[in-house]
Write a protein that binds this ligand. Sequence first.
Ligand code: 13P
Length: 335
Amino acid sequence: MSELNHIALNILKKGKGILAADESTGTMTKRLDAVRIVSNPENRLLFREILFSSTSMSECIGGVILYDETIKQKTSKNISVPELISSMGSYPGIKVDTGAKNLAGSPEEKITEGLDGLRERLKEYYKLGAKFTKWRGVYSISKNFPSKLSIETNAHALARYASLVQENNMVPIVEPEVLMDGEHSAKDCLLKTSEVIKKCFDQLIFHKVDLKGVILKPNMILAGNKSQEKIPGEEVAKLTLDCLKNSVPSEIPGIAFLSGGQSEVEATENLHLINKFNDTNFIMSYSYGRALQQSALKFWAKDTKNIDGTQEIFNHRAKMNTLAAQGKWSKEIEN
Ligand code: 13P
């Protein structure tokens, strides 16, 4: 087994998932503004350090995705954030794209940037302790979107990224996110997501990426958030499995879903149902941002001294998702 395959499997073993704590400063400021906490480097670290020191880190969280600011910060115990995460039995990772910009040629769509100077940044992150990385391509669905241009260009960027990451001995998380915003049906989401994922793998293979050392981070198949269509969780699970069976090569060691704006419990229940019906050999786990942190952040903002209470809420979400990643979650356990 290659070293990268070993890391990918370790991150996702026994129902473990990934904590996506890689909000850029802009996004984190929005999250903190919403709960009336001043967004400065100290407060951003304070909340994150509480999560990274929680007991569920060792049982449930196989990896944590960090942002550039956080990977360079020192904790209250005067060790680096990656050292804290490693000491809890988890792998530190890093978001390396520099964000989605308007796509020239189709300016209502986005292209993710960050390839210039990436090799040098990767070497620096590796020295700081990163074992894996993330790059997110983003696609919206409407009558004419995602366009061929957006699908091709984002796949090309994701493949160039993944290839550079493996050259620097880290596991690339490949995240093509088809957004849930819009009026589209679940069937549209299935068709578009399948097309996007297939194109990503065509490019990954063309760029000679070792698929055994990659984690795929896709969206689940959902109806648009402005659609009249309401499909039950069982249907979400079946459509999501159909999509992945038809678009993901068997070499991929694991799939870790993004939550994408689903509520915490919805994201957990859908993951549980996907695992309940999972008739593939893929590990199906989570790489959640909002769906792991939302309640903990709200609670902390009301009483920032209550570290135990904040950790208890985070531990519960992490445990529920780790049960879901094994198809062992239920509403009774949730409550
Ligand atoms: P959400 O789970 O909040 O969608 O975030 C995951 C992520 O990393 C998006 O890039």
